[in-house]
Design a protein around this ligand. Sequence first.
Ligand code: GLU
Length: 301
Amino acid sequence: MEPESRPCFRFAPSPNGWLHLGHALSAILNFEMARAARGRFLLRIEDIDATRTREDYVEGIIADLKWLGLSWEEPVRRQSRFMADYLAAQERLQARGLLYPCFCSRTDIARAVEAREHESGAPWPRDPDGAPLYPGTCRALGSAGLARAAAGEDCAWRLDSPRALEAAGEIAWTEVDEQGEAHEVRAEPAAWGDVVLARKDIGTSYHIAVVIDDAAQGVTHVVRGRDLYHATSMHRLLQILLDLPAPLYTHHRLVLDANGEKLSKSLKSTALRELRAEGATPDDVRELAGLDLLDVDAERP
Ligand code: GLU
C-alpha cells in the first residue's frame, strides 16, 4: 500500500468534561481545514488520566461533534489503549539518562520553592502555566534516586532539562497563522524546566502521549487553541529526542467568556449540550464561536 501522503488533522479532546464553544471552534476548524486541503480528519480521545475520564463524557463528545455535522475516520484512537507505546518512549529517554525519578510530593515542592524564595528574597521562576519550576531536589539524588526507583519506590519521572536541551540543540517550529502564512518560531523548552513526563498516578503524561500519537497517526497539521502555544516548545523538544517528525502548528484564538477569561469545562452556559438543549442550532454555535470570522479556505502550506 502507498504510504498515506494526504495532510492529516486531528481534534483531540480530553474526556473530563462536556465540550464547550472553544472546543467547537477547534473541532470545526480542524474539520474544515482538512476538507479544504483534501486531507484526513481524525478524532482522538485523550483519556490517559483514568482519575478524570468518564465514559459519559466520551459519549457526549461524540454526540456533540456529530450534531455539529462533523465526521472522522474510524477507529477513534483512545490513548488509554496505547500506554505501552508511551512507556516505551519513556524508556528510550531513560536509557539516555534524560529522565530522573522524583519522589517529591506537592507539599515538598511548595516548601522547597518557599525556602528558595525566602533565601533569595526574589520570586521563584514559574512555567508558562504559572506553576513554580521544579527546584531540582531529586535531580541531585543521582544514582541513589535510580536505585530507589529500581527497588520499586513510587515515583514520577522528570525531564533532566539541562541534559535534554544540550542533546537537542536549537529548536524551532513552523507556525501557520489563521491567514495561512507560515513562520518559524524559536522553541523555548527551558521555560518548562524539569517537567514531569511520567506522572506517579498514571505512569505517563500529556506531553509524551501527544507527541507519540501525532507521529503514530501521521498528523501533519496540529490546529489547537493558544492555551497550548507554549506546550509546543516541549512537544518539539520531545519530537527531536524521540526522532519523530514535526507537524505544522496553528494556535487559534480562544473563545472567551463575558469577563475575557478562557472558557472552562465547569461553566455550564457555554457547554454544547446545554446550548443544544436550549434550542441552539449548529449554525448558532458557529456564530457564537466566531467561526464566521475565519477564512479556513486560505491557501496553506
Ligand atoms: N487533550 C488536550 C485538551 O483537551 C488537547 C491536546 C492537543 O490538541 O494537543 O486540551
